[in-house]
Design a protein around this ligand. Sequence first.
Ligand SMILES: [Zn+2]
Length: 280
Amino acid sequence: MGIEGLGDLDIYDDDSAKNEDGAEESQKTVKVRDPEEVEAEYVFDKTYTCPVCDKSFKSKTLKSNKAKLISTDMDLRPVHQNIDTVKYDVVACPCCGYAVLNRYFAPLTSMQVKKIKEAISKNYKIKEEKKSKIYSYEEAIERSKLALLSSVIKVGKDSEKAYVCLKTAWLFRGKAEHLPESEVEEIKRCEKEEEAFLSKAYDGMVAARRKELFPICGMDELTFDYLLATLAHRLGHLDVSARLVGEIMAKPTANRRIKEKTGILKEVLKKDIQAKKQNE
Ligand SMILES: [Zn+2]
């Protein structure tokens, strides 16, 4: 399945778990555990039935409430202890190539099924199930790109396409963070990819803001506008970002977490706008 050309793809249409820790840790000696083994404890093989080909398949899925949130990046990417949960956000059918963010996993219309079969399944090479207990970044990125392709082919909402782009960008960020510093070229490549996917996410979110009703991507208006402001800042649209920040700060209903984050963004913006003026 050739998904290399995604860079040129026209995406937007213009108009439950138990804690099983501790079993081995009763031994007094502290062993350095294999990170893959540790990560594997956070996921399980969940069985899905594909809405396109009707076959059942397994997809690695997070155990609920097991991963501990450490922080969130400016653009709300969650950072968890021992695992990058973003790697497990896509459900992908190994039989027909259909893939989707798990939050959007749902039945499809017969027209959508037909489109996916014609545009994706026909050329898709069935994947043999790997023995690995976790998804590598390479696999996760491939799955995310497949989800993007599926969302475009089935003519999904702009918000869905944008959310896949955002998650793909987060995967490249996560991958870069996990590479050894000596891998300069590969880190640079990941950063470039991250930027490209953030830009696509931004375009889709601007379109979704115009056309869709909240909640969008599971976010209320305020959270969504904060995310837009962050992406606008990151992509150099400082005026757009400043306008959104002003609007968020003016809202009395703003939730505290988002107001705090917006306050931080406001300070960063101020410096960046000053620096830009000095350079002019
Ligand atoms: Zn399928």
